[in-house]
Design a protein around this ligand. Sequence first.
Ligand code: SF4
Ligand code: SF4
Length: 530
Amino acid sequence: MVAAGSALGGRVKPELHHFHGGLALDGHKSESLQRDLRQASLPQRLYLPIRQHIGDSNRPVVAVGERVLRGQLIASSSALISAAVHAPTSGIVSEIGRHPVPHPSGQDDDCIVIDVDGHDERIEVDCPNPEELGPTQLFQRIQRAGIVGLGGAAFPTLPKLERAASQGIDMLIINGVECEPYITCDDMLMRHYADDILRGTGYLQQMLTPGRTLICIEDNKPEAIAEMRRALTRSTLQDSEIVSIPTLYPSGGEKQLIEILTGREVPHGQLAFDIGLLCQNVGTCVAITRALEQGEALTSRIVTITGDNVASPGNWETRLGTPISHLVELAGGYRVRSIPQLVMGGPMMGFALRGDRVPIVKASNCILVMQEQTIPRDTGAHAECIRCGKCTEVCPASLLPQQLYWHARARNFERTREYHLFDCIECGCCSAVCPSRIPLVQYYRAAKSEIRAAEHVKYRSDRARARFEFREKRLALKKQQEEERRRQKREALERKREGDAAAAPAPDPVQAALERVKARKQGATQDELS
Ligand code: SF4
Ligand code: SF4
């Protein structure tokens, strides 16, 4: 068997493998592919959450009343896992405050609000030829552009690249699989920006020198595959090929895609780098190309607006911060005058939104606008588990969803860890087949967030304790040093005193005798007088 990761250059077609489980789903892709890619107009106001990535939050670096230009840094952090935020157009910062953001918690978060002035002026950026830059300079430019993975997870790209560079990779996988129903933004991207994707792939090769590069696309996207193949023949990429993957959900999951291409399972608790692989989404490749060639920060992305409750589904190139209500208007508005059910992402992995005031962020690949509730909520009204085992059959991560469910429901988090809860990719396959209609993924998400919250509290308390212990040690050391200094000073004084005494001249015996005679004489004289 020839594994795709073997050192055979690009000459041998990779043999494709199967991952465990998965589901053949109705794609619903055609709805949003009827019309070509369009540019979304600018709304009057943009709402930019200061955190749009997995990792530490940013701090605003602009003030209310300040004029900003497109590409200008508006929020940043010095934390290792973070990604800066830039102004998507020119305008005035009118507010920095809490607004609705797209997050499963449904809570508000800090946003920078920009009143758009319509001039769309950009900042000037110095842009040297990226082909002449070394990896460190390329990393810096990617960091400056605030790039995150655009497949939906929004993990900052720089730490991923740095880790891949330090560990070394044999294979680079460019992910254009887009397996979740309804979402077509990557399909559109590949049809329109194939050359940019491949140039971004070339820069990744320049930084990471993988032995081989596979660009993977599901076989339900023939136009994208053809466009990418044409672009590959025009490009100068080495050891790279386009691989058509059979359509099966969730083949776009990183671990599932690796298994399809190499037949290897990423071991529990490990990541792709640990077995010499790196996956990057096609959208991320375009963002890298724009950052390196034009110095452009990540301020826009392609968003699919689709579902049975929007008049004219399609894909729009959209500035970050655009309210969803603006995009729905561009898509012809709601079909039914009821409260729309909005989801960010697809029906399997997405999450429900609180309303259409929520803005588009870096992770917003799709907004699903439905008439009925799509994402099941845990109302506790579902039937009991009948131990049918269907969930185990479809789990692509080879987990035991039923056991995970019992332990998550009982809040027995130690046991959920033993059953590898954190290897669950939240694909929703188990929930989709469960005859008892148990919203299994909701239980797993809730368990994960409780565990993370507890870990965060523990991390903070550990840090506070470490700070306290450090302070105590520092104070003890300072006291010890002061005592030592005082002791040394005391000893020095004593030595000086002894030295002074030793250095004083001894009395002259002749002079002393004369003094005594003189004193006696004076005594005698006084006796005579008296
Ligand atoms: S959601 Fe998690 S447990 Fe359920 S099928 Fe997907 S990976 Fe398995
Ligand atoms: S599919 Fe549902 S009912 Fe069947 S074993 Fe899994 S959790 Fe239980």
